[in-house]
Design a binder for this molecule. Structure first.
Ligand SMILES: Cc1ncc(C[n+]2csc(CCOP(=O)(O)OP(=O)(O)O)c2C)c(N)n1
Ligand code: SF4
Length: 333
């Protein structure tokens, strides 16, 4: 097995399928995510991307203007360097990916496709994948379709105006639920595991070697692979420029979005989450984002809980601690 750093180096030197001209916000983590996936898919196979409407889709496919996908300006002379992109409705990325895989298999069976089977990559936001498209997502997993399903978790429906999504951290402000509510977010990792995915991970480019490993593993899985990508949204969460990777790390280390990976039938692992005594308190993470300014602010360079909001912050801390324990147990299933 290739060591994580060696794999990271190998992937870094490959040709990305994500190129210039996108209009994602400066500081949006999705650009880094797309480069990693774009390089990992340069693996000797044709690649088909299936992009549900989301920031990642509307900001990269501006036909008739720039299209930010492809390896170079020209049609590549080798089919394994070629990239197909399908834009379709918001909630259906996994289902369309399933259709692509079926078509590829039919071509192969008919002898019309000679090369190795293509990479099929599905991309949805958490609104598309876990709210309106939850049915499509679970059924594709249930049918064990060989496709890598990526779900970008920015905790809002970003491109339509930052509406609430079921992955939102308790009490996070959004345009449809000002100041948020006490409900705990959906257990998206548990759902994918119990639905029968062959590989389930939660991985952030903030932990670059781990992320590269996970993307590579998802592409080589023989069944449905699911990768949740926690993704700080600079425009929706309102944080200062330069903090994207820092927030990605803190979200994991404080227990809100731990790095996780598990192959079906094998023990999995939690990564990059310190033991409880060494975990950063959630205030440290919340204070850096305006979506939590009704709870925690930075005073004299330190996070300070707003008077009267101690119970809300304690509830977020309790959920984060519970989350780490729950995912630890899930990894051992
Ligand atoms: C059936 C349907 N309803 C609503 C829309 C409008 N719409 C397009 S993208 C989107 C939100 C996408 O949110 P998410 O999937 O979380 O992706 P993000 O924008 O956050 O990347 C909505 C509501 C649509 N395209 N189709
Ligand atoms: S709104 Fe958020 S998710 Fe969308 S491009 Fe900007 S930073 Fe990225």
């Amino acid at each position: 097995m290739i060591k994580p750093l060696a794999l990271f180096k190998d992937l870094s030197l490959r040709e990305s399928a994500f190129c210039e001209g996108h209009t994602l916000c400066p500081g949006c983590e999705e650009a880094v995510t797309f480069h990693t996936i774009g390089r990992a898919t340069d693996n000797g196979r044709k690649t088909v991307y299936v992009l549900g409407t989301s920031c990642g889709e509307v900001s990269t496919l501006m036909y008739p203007n720039v299209i930010a996908w492809g390896r170079g300006e020209q049609e590549p002379d080798k089919v394994e360097k070629s990239v197909g992109v399908i834009h379709h409705v918001f909630e259906s990325a996994p289902t369309v990916a399933e259709g692509i895989r079926d078509a590829a298999t039919a071509l192969e069976d008919a002898g019309a496709w000679k090369g190795p089977p293509p990479n099929v990559v599905s991309w949805s936001g958490d609104g598309g994948g876990l709210a309106i498209g939850l049915r499509a997502f679970l059924h594709t997993i249930n049918r064990r379709v060989k496709a890598a399903l990526f779900i970008n978790i920015n905790e809002v429906f970003a491109n339509t105006g930052f509406q609430y999504s079921p992955t939102a951290t308790p009490f996070a402000d959004s345009s449809t639920l000002p100041y948020g509510g006490p409900q705990e977010p959906m257990d998206h990792i548990g759902l994918a595991v119990v639905a029968g995915a062959g590989f389930v991970a939660q991985a952030s480019p903030a932990f670059a070697p781990f992320f590269a490993e996970v993307v590579n593993e998802a592409l080589s899985c023989d069944s449905t692979a699911v990768v949740f990508v926690p993704s700080p949204c600079i425009a929706g969460w309102k944080f200062s420029e330069g903090l994207t990777a820092e927030l990605g790390k803190l979200a994991c280390q404080a227990g809100l979005f731990p790095m996780f990976r598990k192959r079906a039938g094998q023990p999995g692992e939690l990564k990059h989450v310190p033991e409880k005594a060494k975990r950063p308190p959630v205030e440290k993470y919340l204070a850096l984002q305006q979506r939590f300014e009704h709870l925690v602010r930075t005073v004299d360079g330190k996070p300070a809980v707003v008077k009267g909001k101690e119970a809300e912050v304690a509830a977020i801390q309790a959920w984060a601690d519970k989350n780490v324990e729950r995912l630890g147990r899930l990894a051992q299933l």
